[in-house]
Design a protein around this ligand. Structure first.
Ligand SMILES: [Zn+2]
Length: 368
């Protein structure tokens, strides 16, 4: 039994949050491009953008996604996906993603992408996956040369509204020892229940492969129930609407059967507060269920979702929790350890990061 270090009950400054070791489970590769990179590639391939000024373009992405509609939010991806159709551009975007996350103190990341969106210029799904993995390995090296250590892996997404999920799932299995650690389905929740892709999830389970499902974001409890009980999701992408199954007016809060199940089974919630605020799921960080669910000891993790569209970073998501919800080092560390416990890499590798990097990093920074 370890005794809690009293330093961990303090609140970190913004600069301290930036230096803390972080783990990220839910980040979209096509949602985190550098504006300068979009402009450069768009110029080379003749793709028209709303503006060619990087500051204005970043603001355009954020503002377009503040519209409060998930459907509009997804439309902004037309531009990022358009500049990720050549092999060299995919490698570059993946490399820059790794470097940017490492500069923000992220030591472990699983970054997801639907390879089927990048086939417009004739690349095969395998070529796309290999380009992403090549970019991640290059980015890890570049980060190292800057004095940052990051391990970054790929999750492959199928799109709910398309029919290539099985093919993508088979590739997730094929590349599982080469840097792909799992599978997900993304795209509009409404009208495309995860059970539409049941055969794919059954295939993954037979292969002992890991997967998460975007559920309980735009759509409520039935989508969470289906993702877990019908499809067998190990983690929930967002899962924020699980709060609908909890009566917070009661003291202590009263959990419904599904919320109890999610908590009892320690099912990880990949929560993305800024993204949820933009799509109207929550009004603010203070109103977002994340803090309340964490207090009830759900396995809550903090994530960025789309760094460009939400003008955010892991540091920003975490520091907002400090500012708006009075989170301490202990709360942030718990969310970080939750993320690593829920990571799709092998158990002993997760432990090595928790014990060797996260805990000593927190002790050192909180003890300053
Ligand atoms: Zn997402």
């Amino acid at each position: 039994m370890s005794v809690l270090n009293p330093d961990l009950l303090k609140k970190p400054s913004e600069a301290q949050v930036k230096r803390l070791p972080k783990a990220l489970l839910h980040d979209h590769l096509d949602g985190g491009l550098r504006p300068e990179t979009i402009i450069e590639i768009a110029n080379e391939i003749g793709h028209a953008l709303p503006t060619t000024d990087p500051v204005e373009l970043a603001e355009w992405f954020r503002a377009s996604c503040d519209s409060g509609s998930l459907v509009l939010y997804l439309e902004t991806f037309a531009h990022t996906v358009a500049v990720m159709q050549r092999k060299e551009d995919i490698v570059r975007v993946a490399r820059e993603c790794a470097v940017d996350l490492a500069r923000d103190g992220v030591v472990y990341a699983e970054v997801r992408m639907a390879p089927e969106l990048l086939t417009e210029k004739g690349l095969s799904l395998s070529e796309i996956i290999e380009a992403i993995l090549e970019g991640f390995r290059e980015g890890e090296k570049e980060a190292k040369s800057e004095g940052n250590t990051i391990r970054i892996f790929s999750l492959l997404c199928g799109m709910r509204q398309n029919d290539r999920s099985q093919e993508v799932a088979e590739l997730a299995v094929k590349y599982r020892d080469k840097g792909v650690v799992g599978f997900d389905i993304a795209g509009p929740e409404d009208g495309f229940p995860p059970s539409d892709q049941l055969d794919t999830f059954e295939y993954l389970r037979k292969e002992n492969a890991h997967f998460t499902i975007h559920a309980g974001e735009a759509y409520g409890l039935p989508s969470i129930w289906e993702a877990i009980q019908i499809c067998g999701a190990e983690r929930l992408g967002h899962g924020v609407r699980i709060a609908d199954d909890i009566d917070f007016n009661h003291t202590p809060p009263r959990l419904g059967r599904l919320a109890s199940y999610v908590r009892d089974r320690r099912i990880p919630l990949e929560m993305c507060p800024s993204s949820n605020i933009q799509t109207g799921v929550a009004a603010s960080f203070a109103e977002h269920p994340l803090a309340k669910l964490s207090k009830l000891r759900f396995r809550v993790t903090i994530n960025t979702d789309n760094r460009l569209m939400s003008a955010t970073s892991m540091s920003r998501e975490m520091y907002e929790m400090v500012k708006e919800c009075d989170w301490t080092y202990q709360d942030l560390q718990r969310a970080t350890i939750n993320a690593l416990k829920s990571a799709f890499i092998p158990f002993e590798e997760r432990l090595a990061i928790i014990e060797g990097i996260v805990k000593p990093g927190y002790e050192a920074i909180a003890g300053e």
